[in-house]
Design a binder for this molecule. Sequence first.
Ligand SMILES: [Fe+2]
Length: 291
Amino acid sequence: MFVLAQLTDLHMALRPRLSKLASKRVLGFINWQRKRKFVHRPEVLDAITRDVKEQAPDHIAVTGDLVNLSLPAEYRRARAWLDALGTPHDVTVIPGNHDVYVRAAVPLPAAYWGDYMRGDDGSEGFPFVRRRANVALIALSSGVPTGPFMATGRLGQQQLSRFAQTLDATRGVFRVVLIHHPPLTPPRRSLRRLVDAADLRGVLAEHGAELLIHGHDHERAVIWLDGPRGAKTPAVGAPSASARAPHGHENAGGYNIYRIDGDAAAWHCEMIARERGPDGTVREIGRHTLF
Ligand SMILES: [Fe+2]
């Protein structure tokens, strides 16, 4: 049995000096002041972090949007949070769109969190692979800087073709794909979509994976993607780990746990949903056998 926990969309923010902000960050800061600072709360993240540590998973995946405006102080704070969460051996991080909010921020996730974002072979860049027991964690980066009011993501042809090779090279172990953006987005959210999602689904349909986990939507969701020879791959979204309460379509703060068992002849995977309730305690709210 291998137990993987997934935390995502922390949106850790600090109060910046407005005069230091430029371009997209000004709009992001105004949005934060008007809405998001009431949604993403440090006390919620603290409760979720305590709970995940009590659950003592074998590994923790953090699937992007650790920070909010890609400010250096935010990365430093996220780094301190990661250090308290677990070692780079036991925690894997991928960036989201808020981690590369503006062009100048592109090198910053690797600069601050590089040891959490590296393959077993020491490789930097994406995809990278970490093998733990009979599980291969395959990390993708869909975070790219975008214009105002956009939150799209992109993998690009180079990453997609290396991803296809990686899926082939890890066949036989339980392949978990980590990506920030969901592989399918309804039209009403098209400004938040992964622009090459169809290509991603094409690679999965041809090369297969056992599980895909993502964030970005702040919603717990499961959809099934086509795999090779009639196989299906569940794509599972997790809620924000810092949301105070349900907001719009989005869930209250929580996270997912995946219990992986079996072997290539017959894998078993169970998803456990945990959520922080109105009384501030974190508890299990559902259990779902994926296969
Ligand atoms: Fe996001």
